[in-house]
Design a protein around this ligand. Structure first.
Ligand SMILES: *[C@@H]1O[C@H](CO)[C@@H](O)[C@H](O)[C@H]1NC(C)=O
Ligand SMILES: *[C@@H]1O[C@H](CO)[C@@H](O)[C@H](O)[C@H]1NC(C)=O
Length: 311
């Protein structure tokens, strides 16, 4: 009873003019809300990426046989990072996502399938994060993934993980080529050697241009030969880049292999990383290994050797 009287009084108290004004105000507010929702929706389809995954994440890559395993073992020994064995998953995943994105650019995808490419990117980023965060022995450490070809997807990965750091391992292509021929049990002749060098040249060329594009805050080149000859200098510099504290364990990683490092069963670099980092590099005498070695052809066909100062 009391309530009804109160409301009656209240409504009598406001005039018709005031009522109309109030209704107009509600209309304006509602339209503003609809407009805002519309605009933010528009932005969703215009801006293909959003920075949803703020975790620091470290990617180690480069050509195979370039010290990527050694690098990931060093970070695992450091203690605050978990790299573990090669994931195998990431290059495969990124290659299909990359292929799909080329087939279906954002506008075309939305028009054809009603799927926002932004959603795919966010889901992929979170998928990667989830898989890496839940690995055996992860224990809440900084996430890291070592897969030689992963740096080729730096463009996508920077969008997924704005705080990512990329370590680009570089090693003399001729040592890499010899190592590959040995692993694949191929004949040590110049034809096979140059074929491997061309692969090395291509992956290093593409990775380098991405590394330069995203700059020194994102990408660090670590030269394998420098790592093994001037280990402390290279690693102290690397710790600064990764924003990690120095740890003396890094200087004798071989002593901490059992307790700290999970070696994958298949990594064929494993027998080498359990050794200390010896202060010596290859003899650089290629004719000893490849009888018909021809330096002129190498200089002409493999320009990245010159770029990195190996010839
Ligand atoms: C990488 O390859 C491109 C295309 O072949 C070439 O233009 C560029 O000079 C190469 N980069 C280096 C550093 O050799
Ligand atoms: C390289 O190895 C070949 C074959 O073993 C040898 O004949 C040659 O003297 C070596 N060259 C150098 C510069 O050591």
């Amino acid at each position: 009873m009391m309530k009804q009287i109160f409301f009656a009084k209240y409504f009598q108290a406001i005039s018709l003019k005031q009522t109309i004004f109030l209704l107009l105000l509600i209309l304006v507010f509602e339209n503003a809300l609809i407009l805002w929702k519309y605009l933010s929706n528009e932005e969703k389809s215009v801006n293909p990426y959003s920075n949803t995954v703020e975790d620091r994440i470290i990617f180690i890559g480069g050509s195979g046989r370039s010290g990527t395993t050694l690098m990931r073992v060093l970070l695992d020994v450091h203690g605050s990072v978990f790299c573990g064995p090669e994931t195998k998953l990431l290059p495969s995943l990124m290659s299909s996502i990359n292929y799909f994105n080329q087939q279906y650019p954002p506008d075309y995808l939305l028009q054809k399938t009603s799927i926002y490419s932004k959603s795919i990117n966010e889901a992929t980023a979170n998928f990667i994060k989830y898989v890496l965060k839940t690995r055996k022995k992860q224990e809440n450490k900084i996430i890291c993934a070592k897969d030689p070809p992963i740096l080729l997807y730096m463009g996508d990965l920077v969008n997924y993980f704005p705080k990512a750091k990329f370590i680009f391992m570089v090693r003399d292509g001729r040592d890499v080529a010899l190592s590959m021929l040995k692993y694949e049990k191929k004949q040590y002749n110049f034809l096979n050697f140059v074929a491997k060098l061309k692969e090395w040249n291509s992956i290093n060329n593409r990775t380098l241009s991405l590394c330069n594009k995203f700059g020194p805050n994102y990408c660090k080149i670590v030269v394998y030969e420098k790592l093994v000859t001037t280990k402390e200098i290279v690693l102290r510099d690397l710790m600064k880049f990764l924003e990690l504290k120095w740890n003396n364990k890094l200087l004798s990683h071989e002593n901490f292999m059992d307790s700290d490092v999970e070696l994958g069963v298949s990594g064929w670099s494993n027998s080498q990383v359990i050794q200390p980092i010896y202060n010596k590099i290859s003899s650089k005498n290629w004719t000893r290994q490849i009888e018909d070695y021809d330096e002129k052809t190498v200089l002409k066909e493999i320009p990245m050797l010159k770029y990195f100062g190996y010839v």
